[in-house]
Design a protein around this ligand. Structure first.
Ligand code: GTP
Ligand code: MG
Length: 353
């Protein structure tokens, strides 16, 4: 029979749960709560998972093609500009498409936010504003729903969990000034994963050099990229994150077509056919697509969702609620007076900008 620790009397009016300090009690036999993980798994599988990804980068860098490559499905139409006369798409047309993907027992409700034509105009002044605003708007919408008296039991999550930032491949050059500005703004509000687009246009030496230059730019400009280090991380987690940071920015190649494998024609490979052979996107000698896919899908999918909630959303929420508290305190103090200039109203406070 398991011995049960005596309950310590709790002073009236106080409530404290001190699980950390509670003594560990050995069990005398089967109780059954170890199955809670199976119960959670069952519930989570019934609900499915929501994952929201955004692609940002200059027009024609292969953003849509890459999303189709990553999820091995035709999710976005790859437009590109084949004629100089084709009008340049504007950043204002941020668009989100949603899909449900099923792999084994897992249903993934995937939403993809595309930002076509980003940084493609002559005047790129503050071209990142609509993107940052979109990300904050999703946090704001979630907070509003959370604060409604009769809120839905499950709030639909539209917060961006991962932003893939496409850097133009330029031999011997690191980030452009615009890349630095945009990356800094984005890294403050979302998990950013930078990639070097269309890496097939760089030689192996150029790739190594560009990677090094970009990495030193991250350091120089203090761009804080996902995955972040956290004090409670295990040594294994730290080692994985260290390995990932040594690969960032990932050199990727996107492809929408499949071709028979040269040695095993019954097997199809996804790639780009050239005069001298097929670039196999899943071959690690050709590019780092497989590493990136493992990172995003196999090792960090849940962490991306969790970090969005715990780091980016919590920061936003705390700021908004403090502003709300201040504005209502100011309102009470000056009842009957006009609102002071510069002090946000509660509506403004929730908007966040
Ligand atoms: N060489 C090469 N071409 C690519 C790669 N990825 C995509 N492309 C080609 O680049 C063109 C543009 O690709 P998209 O995926 O439409 O580019 P995008 O960034 O989504 O373009 P916008 O939506 O207009 O901003 C297409 O012709 C693709 O086939 C790549 O990795 N290497
Ligand atoms: Mg596109």
């Amino acid at each position: 029979m398991a011995s049960v620790a005596p309950l310590s009397p709790r002073p009236a009016g106080s409530f404290s749960i001190e699980n950390e300090q509670a003594p560990s009690v050995p069990l005398g036999g089967y109780v059954g709560f170890q199955t809670i993980t199976d119960q959670i798994q069952k519930r989570m599988l019934q609900r499915g998972f929501e994952f929201n990804i955004m692609v940002v980068g200059q027009s024609g860098l292969g953003k849509s093609t890459f999303i189709n490559t990553l999820f091995n499905a035709s999710l976005l139409s790859s437009t590109g500009r084949t004629l100089p006369t084709t009008p340049i798409p504007q950043t204002t047309s941020i668009s989100t498409t949603t899909h449900t993907l099923t792999e084994g027992p897992v249903r993934l409700h995937l939403s993809i936010t595309d930002t076509p034509g980003f940084a493609d105009t002559i005047n790129n002044d503050r071209c990142w504003d609509p993107i940052v605003k979109y990300i904050k708007d999703q946090h704001s919408a979630f907070l509003r729903k959370e604060l409604t008296a009769q809120r839905e039991s499950r709030i639909r999550d539209t917060r961006i969990h991962c932003c893939l930032y496409f850097v133009k491949p330029r031999g011997g050059r690191g980030l452009s000034e615009l890349d630095v500005m945009v990356l800094k703004k984005l890294a403050d509000v979302v998990n950013v994963v930078p990639v070097i687009a269309k890496s097939d246009s760089l030689t192996l030496e150029e790739r190594a050099e560009v990677k090094e230059l970009i990495r030193s730019d991250f350091q120089k400009y203090g761009i804080n990229l996902y995955p972040y280090s956290a004090p409670f991380m295990t040594d294994d987690d730290s080692a994985i994150n260290h390995q990932i940071h040594s690969l960032i920015p990932f050199c990727v190649i996107g492809a929408s077509s499949s071709f028979p494998h040269p040695s095993h024609p019954q097997k199809l490979i996804r790639g780009r056919r050239t005069r001298w052979g097929v670039i196999d996107v899943e071959d690690e000698r050709h590019c780092e697509f497989v590493y990136l896919r493992n990172f995003l899908m196999v090792t960090h999918l849940y962490d991306l969702i969790d970090t969005t909630r715990e780091v980016h959303y919590e920061g936003f929420r705390a700021k908004q609620l403090l502003a709300l508290k201040e504005s209502s305190a100011g309102g009470n103090a000056g009842q009957g007076q006009q609102q002071q200039p510069g002090r946000p109203s509660s509506r403004q406070a929730l908007g966040g900008y």
